[in-house]
Design a binder for this molecule. Structure first.
Ligand code: NAD
Length: 249
C-alpha cells in the first residue's frame, strides 16, 4: 500500500471517466483517504462513496473561488486533521482559435487551471509545512509544450504552461519544508473531454502521430500521479512526467 492512511485531495474527480476519478480510485486502492473536490456536491459525494475502502469525503468546490477553497479546506481538516497529497486536476478546455478568444473565454480557462492550482496549493501548504511533508501533483498537458491541438485552444496551452512554471517555482520554494511539487503532462487521454468529439478519421490521424500508437487511458495518468504522490518519488521535485505515448518528442 503506497498511500496507507494518507489524506489525498483530488480536484475535478467527480467526472466518471475522468483522469481525476481514475486517480482517486487508484489512491483509494493504495490505502488513501480520498477527498473528491468538484463543482457539484452531490456528484462529489457519490463519487467518494463509490471509491474502494472507507472514510472518503466528497466536497463541493469551485477551485477558482478563494472563499470556497478555504471553506473546503476547513471541512477537510475538521474531518482528518491532516493533508498529505493534493492533485490539482480540475481543468476545462475550449476548442477556439486565437482570434476567437474573448475576455470571458480567457478568464474561464485560466481561472480553473491556473488560479485554481494556485489557490488550492495555498490552501494546503500551511498544513503540509506544519507536517513537514506533503506532495502536490499538478496536471498540466502536452499542449503546454507543443501548442493546443484540436481540443484545448491557445489560452488552454497558456494556462497549462503557466501550471508548469508555477509548479517549478513552488517546488523550489517549498522543498525546504519537505513539500514536493511535480507535474504530469498528459497526452490525448480518452475521457469526457475527448469522448465523441473526434471523427474516426481525426482519431486515426492523431494516433498515427503518437509513437506508442494509441490514445491514453485515464489509468496511465493515475499511475503517474501515484508515483509522484507516494514515497516512490521521495527525491523528485520540480519534475514533469510526460505521460503521452511519446507525443512530446
Ligand atoms: P473531465 O472533463 O472528465 O474532468 C474535469 C473535471 O473538472 C470535471 O469533473 C469538472 O466538473 C471539474 N471542474 C471543472 N471546473 C472546475 C472548477 N472550477 N472547480 C472544480 N472542479 C472543476 O476532464 P479530464 O479529461 O479528466 O481532465 C482532467 C485534467 O487533465 C484537466 O486539467 C485537463 O485539462 C487535463 N488533461 C486532459 C487530457 C485529456 O486528453 N483528457 C489531456 C491533457 C490534460
Amino acid at each position: 500500500m503506497l498511500l496507507k492512511d494518507k489524506v489525498a485531495i483530488v480536484t475535478g474527480a467527480a467526472s466518471a471517466r475522468g483522469l481525476g476519478r481514475a486517480t482517486a480510485k487508484l489512491f483509494a486502492e493504495q490505502g488513501a483517504k480520498v477527498v473528491i473536490a468538484d463543482l457539484d456536491e452531490q456528484a462529489s459525494i457519490e463519487a467518494a462513496n463509490a471509491l474502494p475502502g472507507e472514510g472518503h469525503l466528497g466536497v463541493a468546490i469551485n477551485v477558482a473561488d478563494e472563499a470556497q477553497v478555504q471553506a473546503a479546506k476547513e471541512k477537510i481538516l475538521a474531518k482528518y486533521g491532516r493533508i498529505d497529497v493534493l492533485v490539482n486536476n480540475a481543468g476545462i478546455t475550449q476548442p477556439l482559435k486565437v482570434m476567437d478568444i474573448k475576455g470571458g473565454n480567457y478568464d474561464a480557462v485560466l481561472d480553473v487551471s491556473l488560479r485554481g492550482t494556485l489557490l488550492m496549493s495555498q490552501a494546503v501548504i500551511p498544513t503540509m509545512r506544519a507536517q513537514k511533508s506533503g506532495s502536490i501533483v499538478c496536471i498540466s498537458s502536452v499542449s503546454a509544450q507543443r501548442g493546443g491541438g484540436i481540443f484545448g485552444g491557445p489560452h488552454y496551452s497558456a494556462a497549462k504552461a503557466g501550471v508548469l512554471g508555477l509548479a517549478k517555482a513552488m517546488a523550489r520554494e517549498l522543498g525546504i519544508d519537505g513539500i514536493r511539487v511535480n507535474c504530469i503532462t498528459p497526452g490525448l487521454i480518452q475521457t469526457d473531454i475527448t469522448q465523441g468529439k473526434l471523427s474516426d478519421e481525426q482519431k486515426a490521424n492523431i494516433i498515427a502521430g503518437i509513437p506508442l500508437n494509441r490514445l491514453g487511458d485515464a489509468v496511465d495518468i493515475a499511475r503517474a500521479a501515484l508515483f509522484l504522490a507516494s514515497d516512490l518519488a521521495s527525491y523528485s521535485t520540480g519534475i514533469t512526467l510526460d505521460v503521452n505515448g511519446g507525443m512530446h518528442i
